[in-house]
Design a binder for this molecule. Structure first.
Ligand SMILES: NC(=O)c1ccc[n+]([C@@H]2O[C@H](COP(=O)([O-])OP(=O)(O)OC[C@H]3O[C@@H](n4cnc5c(N)ncnc54)[C@H](O)[C@@H]3O)[C@@H](O)[C@H]2O)c1
Length: 371
């Protein structure tokens, strides 16, 4: 069995989620290759060393370039702030390594374009962390749409809101900088746009409004010194899909009460589907002729669920979705996967997000192909 060396950059929220997912994937799936946790890197050397030990990585690096050059590393997983995705992914691609990068792909469409072109020229496998699409209930929704069970799809209404920035006293972070991140649309909305494209297809034109509600935030928690903020706190947009369906998407990181409200309703001429990530093991379906919605609960009839539990209703969580994402990455590396978001698909998400920003700025409908 071939051995694949994993190199992970970053030890924050997502670094930990990736480390768990790689460890879990080895335990849960019969993978076609053996995963070796080869190296971990973080700007904080002490933390890199501690996490490498705790999470089972053979080596720690304080310099991410050293991790990419490490001959034991075949796959580079990037879990750093958004502006670092471009230099890290480009260096990994130049070294001929596969790249598993967190979303959003980049902080500008130009960077995203260069990344997808470099990956295509080098012929390396790439994947981007749009983990919510790996939910077995989303696979089921996609199958229902593709099989025509809902009839012709006419509408997508989606929202991804959280409240982690709702308090105006929540301090500045890298997420508040245009050149480091890009606001609620980049942080949350990118997941929703990716989901809309995954389920309903290409979007051809958009009209949108974005707003920065809290234009100044404390430089650090509790500080009286305020820093100006230019990124969007909330966005609302109208979409026209290539297949004729119409849609709305909205995203906010200020919406009190919501913790992970990636939700959508998709309606067709013969039925409607409804999903909310805060209840990720459920799908609501109403087929023509039914008086109201039926609640479908995830169970072992769905392969992605069965891998974790033989019993229905025992529920998957966020980290299982990440583990399913890693499984798809490894299958793709073995030539057996084709359903993950690669750099090409992630660039399409960036192009759509850019069209939304242009539409909001210029207060007009924008054709996605214009940008
Ligand atoms: N897929 C998802 O559901 C999801 C959820 C949250 C975050 N994300 C994405 O994951 C990425 C990271 O977000 P996070 O919440 O984990 O951030 P975080 O701030 O918790 O972690 C970032 C990590 O990067 C490290 N880092 C920063 N600069 C570095 C450098 N030069 N070299 C090496 N390490 C460096 C930091 O030390 C830290 O460990 C972002 O792109 C974000 O959009 C994705």
């Amino acid at each position: 069995m071939r051995e694949l060396g994993i190199g992970l950059i970053g030890t924050g929220f997502m670094g930990r989620a990736h480390a768990l997912a790689f460890n879990n994937a080895r335990a849960v799936f019969e993978l076609p290759v053996h995963l070796k946790l080869a190296a971990l890197a973080d700007a904080d050397t002490e933390r890199a060393q501690r996490c490498a030990k705790d999470w089972g990585f053979a080596q720690a690096h304080s310099d991410w370039q050293a991790l990419i050059n490490d001959p034991n590393v075949d796959v580079v997983a990037i879990t750093t702030p958004n502006h670092l995705h471009y230099p890290m992914a480009m260096a990994a691609i130049a070294a001929g390594k596969a790249v598993y990068c967190e979303k959003p792909l980049a902080v500008s469409l130009e960077q995203a374009d260069a990344m997808r072109r470099a990956a295509s020229t080098a012929g390396v496998v790439t994947r981007v962390g749009y983990n919510y699409q790996h939910n077995p209930m989303i696979t089921l929704a996609r199958q229902m749409i593709a099989s025509g069970e809902l009839g012709e799809i006419i509408s997508f209404q989606g929202e991804f809101s959280e409240d982690f920035m709702a308090d105006p006293a929540s301090p500045w972070s890298w997420r508040c900088e245009v050149e480091h991140a890009g606001g609620a649309l980049a942080d949350l909305g990118s997941h929703l746009l990716s989901m809309a494209r995954y389920l309903v297809g290409d979007v051809v034109s958009v009209c949108a409004d974005t707003q920065t509600v809290h234009a100044r935030r404390p430089v650090v928690k509790g500080s009286a010194q305020l820093k100006p903020i230019a990124v969007d706190d909330q966005v609302h947009a109208l979409l026209r899909f290539a297949n004729g369906a119409r849609g709305t998407v909205s995203s906010s990181w200020l919406k009190q009460g919501y913790k992970n409200h990636l939700s959508f309703e998709i309606s067709g001429t013969r039925g409607t589907l409804a999903f909310d990530q805060e209840r990720l093991n459920e799908l609501q379906v109403c087929r023509v002729g039914q008086d109201g919605f039926q609640r479908l609960l995830a169970g072992p009839a769905l392969p992605g669920y069965a891998a974790f539990s033989p019993a229905a209703g025992h529920q998957l969580g966020y980290n299982e979705l990440k583990t399913l994402e890693v499984q798809e990455l490894i299958l793709a590396l073995a030539g057996q996967g084709a359903d993950g978001t690669d750099f090409e698909a992630a660039w399409e998400v960036e192009r759509l997000a850019t069209a939304i920003r242009v539409a909001a700025k210029e207060e007009r409908w924008v054709h996605v192909e214009e940008v």
